[in-house]
Design a binder for this molecule. Structure first.
Ligand SMILES: Nc1ncnc2c1ncn2[C@@H]1O[C@H](COP(=O)(O)OP(=O)(O)OP(=O)(O)O)[C@@H](O)[C@H]1O
Ligand SMILES: [Mg+2]
Length: 372
């Protein structure tokens, strides 16, 4: 087992005008499951391929344990990689597919059989060892691909979207299997996905990338509770955090016809920058509904932001209300989670107030987090 260190690792593709990965700095702990996540083209695969030795590192370095592997060929790095297109050899049995890399490495037959049988047991593939890949389900094939990596007993597993060929239900099952398998084996793992739910459910820590730049590395909990900037706030969480730009006033920010108290230090920091507005972030589950429904028009309408309900999604246990609100003279989309037994009518008006202590404040000018 080993740690993995990206030390300002940078990749500039030939002819590229800016780095695909720019000064990446991450320390992955021994036995840790680290997930790299971000939108398409942000540099996830490039980062993984640099670690694998499949892509040159143009600046900075990469270490596995205390070995500098920056310029080592892939075969000398003691890693095993599982790709999205894991392409099993169709003419070979499951056992031969799993043992192939060991055979190439000249390991003796008895040892190969022992390792393949062990891996098959772990992956629940024992009864399929003599079959060809075409006689397996998608999930089983995916496990064979995992098996190929496991039998090599590497210091580090690298996985690039290994679940994206599976249907939605199988993805959910398999992601749990991979996460628990990794914990059992305790092998340091770097896992790439563009799916933030996968990232949040599988990772010990999650690293969010955007345009080749690392935004935040944190536990899933901290990532959700304290996103470091507007991008991470909007990217992590589904449905996404509501991010609304509002004017700063004495004592807080104007939110509809109420002044919402947000962290004073955050407001002061914004004012010190010369900003007149801030972005207030509120997760869908962090709104309190000020009263039942109303027409929103009477002059003693309840305090809070008036939301006109456009669409409701009933999910059973709870539901999501997709509505619109007038903030600062503009119409904004707002998403609110409500209880499964209190789903409002389409077209009705709700008055909502962000729950105290559950607001996030970001600078309008830089996007950085200002609240604690
Ligand atoms: N071989 C290459 N030559 C030139 N540019 C490349 C090459 N491979 C990737 N890029 C560019 O580098 C950037 C990062 O690509 P990368 O494949 O790392 O993204 P990604 O985060 O894995 O995206 P996806 O989620 O779509 O797989 C992109 O802008 C891409 O166009
Ligand atoms: Mg990719």
């Amino acid at each position: 087992m080993a740690t993995v260190t990206f030390d300002k690792a940078t990749r500039i593709y030939p002819g590229g005008d800016k780095p695909a990965v720019d000064g990446l700095e991450i320390e992955v702990g021994d036995g840790e499951f680290l997930v790299l996540v971000g939108p398409s083209g942000c540099g996830k695969s490039t980062s993984l391929r640099m670690l694998a030795g499949l892509e040159d590192v143009n600046a900075g370095s990469i270490r596995i344990g205390d070995r500098d592997v920056t310029h080592l060929p892939p075969k000398d790095r003691d890693i095993a990689m599982v790709f999205q297109n894991y392409a099993l050899y169709p003419h070979m049995t499951v056992a031969d597919n799993m043992g192939f890399a060991l055979k190439i490495a000249g390991i003796n037959k008895a040892e190969i059989r022992k390792r393949v049988e062990e891996a098959a047991k772990i992956l629940d593939l024992t009864e399929y060892l003599a079959r060809k890949p075409k006689a397996l389900s998608g999930g089983q094939r995916q496990r064979v691909a995992m098996g190929r990596a496991i039998v090599r007993e590497p210091q580090v597993f690298l996985m690039d979207e290994p679940l994206s060929n599976l249907d939605a239900k199988l993805r959910v099952q398999t992601r749990t299997q991979i996460a628990s398998l990794q914990r059992r084996l305790g092998v340091t793992t770097v896992y790439v996905t563009h799916d933030q739910v996968e990232a949040m459910t599988m990772g010990d820590r999650v690293a969010v990338l955007k345009d080749g730049l690392l935004q935040q590395v944190d536990s899933p909990r901290n990532m959700y509770d304290k996103p470091t900037n507007l991008f991470v706030a909007g990217f992590i969480g589904s449905p996404a955090m509501n991010l609304i730009e509002v004017p700063i006033t004495d004592g807080g920010v104007e939110f509809g016809n109420t002044v919402v108290n947000v962290a004073r230090d955050a407001i002061k920091a914004a004012a010190d920058k010369g900003d007149r507005t801030v972005f207030v972030g509120v997760r869908p589950e962090h709104f309190d509904i000020a009263s039942g429904e109303g027409d929103g028009l009477s002059k003693d309408a309840p305090a809070g932001l008036a939301i006109t309900v456009n669409v409701v999604e009933e999910l059973g246990a709870d539901g999501f209300v997709y509505g619109s609100a007038e903030v600062n003279g503009e119409t904004k989309d707002v998403v609110i989670r409500v209880g499964g037994r209190s789903i409002p009518e389409k077209g009705s008006v709700l008055h909502v107030v962000p729950r105290a202590g559950e607001t996030h404040v970001f600078a309008s000018s830089s996007g950085e987090r200002l609240s604690d």
